[in-house]
Design a protein around this ligand. Structure first.
Ligand SMILES: Cc1cc2nc3c(=O)[nH]c(=O)nc-3n(C[C@H](O)[C@H](O)[C@H](O)COP(=O)(O)OP(=O)(O)OC[C@H]3O[C@@H](n4cnc5c(N)ncnc54)[C@H](O)[C@@H]3O)c2cc1C
Length: 437
């Protein structure tokens, strides 16, 4: 196991009460949002371990991944829920300090993710500087098992070691099977390998989201001129952000326990909202995302699972959009002969010239770590995990992994809201009972 101390060693004064022990599994944007929320909102002393299988905090924005543009505009990327324009303001100041005057307001910009990472790490270190009673460790290891301990939650690591925490925030995003860094690495390796061949076979990219678009455009920007086949996952290519007015609102959802009634409500509200908004489907999808959590809460588990199996991936797909400029470049690329769309084959992606760029929330992997049935696992609006409707004390899922366990909104703002709600719901004292205990 690899430890790197990023905070002071003398955090706990001698003779003080034992501090709360918290684990954050996953050091992507969601894990960082949780760490910031803890430092800003948890009044008591704590020690937090930021655990990641491979990536250091913020590694999502290294190399090519850092040059790719954020899918959301700056106005939607604040990590401080009490200051929704925080990132846009930070960005404006940063650009002015570099002598760049943005043509549009910085709130509309999609910026290289390295800038978003710089902002997150800035807010992280500012929050840490104000907390002399907090200790944060980064740990590089894969978590294999999470389960109840006599007093807390037990984490088992791949290397065989284990540790017990009072609370565990799971922010494993797309999991180890769909790690973003792997897609970038593999795409570059496959491109380099087949470019050296006399008759190079096509390179196939599988996906339907921002990652697919970014990897494809990166390969072309690096001069890869071979044939690329794009095997499009359900929903089709990613959509660009629309220009229309925001703010469609659905009426009060019924307190129904029937999936049929829930769909009737959604269908009716969608057509009403579409008529009101002049056919702005994105505003309608967003309005549905904001309301579906309430409809979902009332549904029995079997109905939730039907929704989750058949509709959640499509709901996610239509909720996540890419920058208009990236979409324009993607569409132009698809127009050329060298990039062709092909149908997605069923089954796992195995071929050595195929790179999996799908963004599949790691809900199944999380259920595997917990040793429970994936169909029984749900997350509430604070990210608290439930299995078969019973809470799993001491456990929350935040960000992309939680988006596989409940309906949208699938935005960074929602991740931040979950992180703060999860932190504010922590018990004020160390808990005495573990889940299953
Ligand atoms: C070009 C591009 C633009 C994007 N723009 C946006 C945007 O504007 N807004 C937005 O919200 N998202 C955006 N995304 C997606 C974003 O980068 C994040 O991947 C996503 O928000 C999910 O973040 P996360 O922290 O939940 O998960 P991830 O980014 O997937 O991070 C999860 C981390 O958990 C680790 N991990 C997984 N399983 C384990 C385990 N068992 N043990 C230990 N560690 C584990 C992984 O190594 C990984 O580092 C974009 C993606 C791309 C490619």
């Amino acid at each position: 196991m690899f430890f790197e101390r990023v905070a002071r060693q003398d955090a706990t004064p001698a003779g003080a009460q034992p501090v709360m022990r918290i684990a954050i599994v996953g050091a992507g944007p969601s894990g960082l949002a949780v760490a910031i929320a803890l430092m800003r909102r948890l009044p008591q002393s704590f020690e937090a371990w930021m655990i990641d299988a491979g990536d250091a905090p913020g590694a999502f924005a290294e190399g090519a991944g850092g040059a790719a543009l954020t899918a959301e505009p700056a106005r939607d990327l604040s990590v401080l829920p009490d200051r929704p324009d925080d990132f846009a303001r930070w960005l404006g100041d940063d650009l002015v300090a570099r002598g760049i005057a943005p043509l549009h307001g910085p709130q509309d910009l999609h910026v290289p993710r390295a800038l978003f990472r710089a902002y997150l790490l800035r807010r992280f270190s500012e929050a840490l500087a104000l907390r002399r009673d907090v200790r944060i460790r980064t740990v590089r290891d894969a978590v294999r098992h999470i389960g109840p301990a006599a007093c807390g939650v037990h984490i088992g690591f791949q290397e065989g070691e284990s540790a017990v925490f009072d609370h565990v925030f799971v922010a494993t995003g797309f999991g180890l099977a769909h790690r973003e860094t792997t897609s970038w690495q593999e795409a570059r390796e496959v491109a380099a390998r087949i470019s050296a061949m006399e008759s190079p076979p096509p390179l196939t990219l599988v996906g339907n989201g921002p990652r697919l678009a970014a990897v494809l455009l990166d390969l072309r920007a690096r001069g890869f001129a071979g044939e690329i086949r794009v095997a499009v996952a359900p929903g089709g290519l990613p959509h660009p952000h629309g220009r229309g007015p925001d703010g469609a609102v659905f009426g009060q959802p019924p307190a129904t326990r029937s999936l049929k009634d829930a769909f009737r409500y959604i269908r009716q509200e969608c057509s009403d909202a579409a008529a009101r908004e002049g056919g702005q489907w994105q505003a309608v999808v967003d309005a549905a995302s904001a309301r579906l959590g309430v409809v979902w809460r009332n549904l029995p588990p079997a109905a939730r699972n039907r929704y989750r199996r058949h509709l959640l991936p499509l709901h996610r797909h239509f909720s996540i959009r890419i920058a208009r400029d990236v979409h324009r470049r993607l569409a132009a690329e698809i127009e050329t002969d060298r990039t062709v769309l092909v149908p997605l084959r069923q089954g796992p992606v195995k071929d050595e010239n195929t790179v999996d760029c799908r963004e599949i929330p790691a809900a199944r992997a999380l259920a595997g770590m917990l040793g429970c049935d994936p169909a029984a696992l749900f997350a509430d609006e604070c990210g608290h995990l439930l299995s078969d409707g019973a809470p799993l004390p001491g456990l929350s899922a935040i960000g992309a992994v939680a988006s596989g366990l409940r309906p949208g909104p699938f935005t960074f703002a929602e991740t931040v809201r979950q992180a703060y709600r999860g932190v504010l719901a922590l018990p004020s004292r160390r808990p005495t009972r573990a889940f299953g205990g």
